[in-house]
Design a protein around this ligand. Structure first.
Ligand code: 7TS
Length: 416
């Protein structure tokens, strides 16, 4: 999508061409061009992904791993083909290490309730960070409450970066699990995951990484990161809702008990005893979201065709540009100013509640999210109830930043 001459000059993606793949972006909202800046919540879906999902229902709809007939064979091939795409996408060693889930939340709950339940005992500790999304807090809290363990939290500085020295001090003989977000959805902070994983591994402690906000924006290599588990959702990376993946190291997955019981996760069932299926099927009870996995595979193909390094560079430039423009507006304060920041720009406007900011922006066709972003502890730590958050994707460009800035200037006028 990038012309070679432009690549040399560091010019960005061909956004006009990319946008043409997203029918949803062709509409106006309240008489204005839709400027979609809420991809951190859910990204939009390009035509090839929609076609792949529709194609399954139109031409190949059947259950997987069961039938001897042609349609079932095709469905199974596409389903397992998507698993291979996911494996390659995060550079896992084997497709046995890729479990399809409903998304990031489902993946983290799976690990907490199977691996976590065995690894963490009464009096033990689970370390999280101050930057976590609720979905990487609540499942661990539920587990700890049930078994009498407790959560320890890596504190963060005012700029939204974690205090690594404090993390070092938190790790102790009672630490049995570490669960950390790769990139913060509320502030955009990129955590030094490889270093954080390695510090835990020095003490033999396993690490789960919440990669929901990382996979759409930066190349991810689970083997290079060294993590034990990595969770993400398709709907934040141009794929469908209701599907995601959990990467788990093979030796862990083999040792873990199943999460749910049912069809497909078994090898043999009698009323006396069940022999479970091999991984990854042991963790995929019941008919899976077949169309979803196929859509997720198509989304991976779509991103790969554009180029992950190119996506990363384009979005880094947009985030820097938006940060600079917004912070130059009087009365606008950026929330989260880490140097390593990806995908999102959170901000507050003096005298205006973020929800009012969001509403005025919506009237100008600019879609952002306003609220605590399912990261209430981040807001509490910074002493604010909420932020306005613009988040970026492959279809955004400088015109979108201009529209955002114009609308925020209007907010300033209204609330001055
Ligand atoms: N982890 C992070 C870092 C997230 O940003 C989200 C969703 C989740 C986990 C949960 O993902 P799910 O697909 O299982 O729901 N984040 C957001 C957001 O920022 N705005 O809406 C959802």
């Amino acid at each position: 999508m990038i012309v070679p001459a432009e690549r040399e000059q560091g010019v960005s993606l061909d956004v006009v061409r990319i946008r043409a793949d997203f029918p949803v972006l062709q509409q106006s909202i309240h008489g204005n061009r839709l400027v979609y800046l809420d991809s951190a919540a859910t990204s939009q879906t390009p035509e090839p992904v929609v076609r792949a999902i529709a194609g399954f229902y139109r031409d190949d709809c059947a259950n997987v791993h069961r039938g001897v007939h042609e349609l079932s064979r095709r469905a199974t091939d596409s389903f397992e083909g998507a698993r291979e795409k996911v494996r390659h996408f995060i550079n896992a060693e084997s497709t046995r290490e890729i479990i399809f889930t409903r998304g990031t939340t489902d993946a983290i709950n799976l690990v907490a309730q199977t691996f976590g339940r065995r690894a963490v005992g009464s009096g033990d500790e689970v370390i999280l960070s101050a930057l976590e999304h609720h979905s990487n807090i609540v499942p661990w809290q539920m587990l700890c409450d049930e078994i009498g363990a407790r959560l320890r939290v890596i504190p963060m500085f005012d700029d939204g970066t974690l205090d690594i020295d404090a993390y070092r001090d938190l790790i102790g003989p009672r630490t049995k699990m570490v669960a950390l977000v790769h990139i913060s959805n509320a502030l955009g902070t990129t955590n030094p995951i490889k270093e954080l994983v390695s510090l835990a591994h020095d003490h033999g402690i396993p690490v789960l990484v919440d990669g929901a906000q990382a996979v759409p924006h930066v190349p991810v290599d689970v083997r290079a990161l060294g993590c034990d588990f990595y969770a993400f959702s398709a709907h934040k990376m141009y794929g469908p809702t209701g599907i995601g993946a959990l990467y788990g190291r093979e030796e862990h997955l083999n040792a873990m008990p199943p999460y749910q019981g049912g069809g497909d996760m078994i090898r043999q069932v009698t009323f006396e005893k069940t022999v479970f299926n091999a991984i990854p099927h042991k963790f995929e009870a019941g008919t899976p979201n077949i169309a979803g996995t196929i859509g997720m595979g198509a989304a991976i193909d779509y991103i790969a065709a554009i180029g992950r390094d190119e996506v990363s560079a384009h979005e880094a430039r947009l985030v820097a540009h938006a940060s600079e423009r917004l912070s130059s507006i009087g009365g606008v304060r950026l929330i989260g100013t880490a140097r390593e920041k990806v995908g999102v720009v959170s901000f507050v406007v003096e005298g205006a509640h973020p929800h009012d900011v969001g509403t005025i922006l919506d009237h100008r066709g600019v879609a952002i999210r306003a609220g605590h972003h399912c990261a209430q502890p981040v807001m509490d730590r910074l002493g604010i109830p909420a932020t306005a958050r613009a988040s970026f994707g492959i279809y955004n460009d400088d015109d979108d930043v201009d529209a955002l800035v114009r609308a925020v200037l209007e907010v300033r006028e209204v609330f001055a």
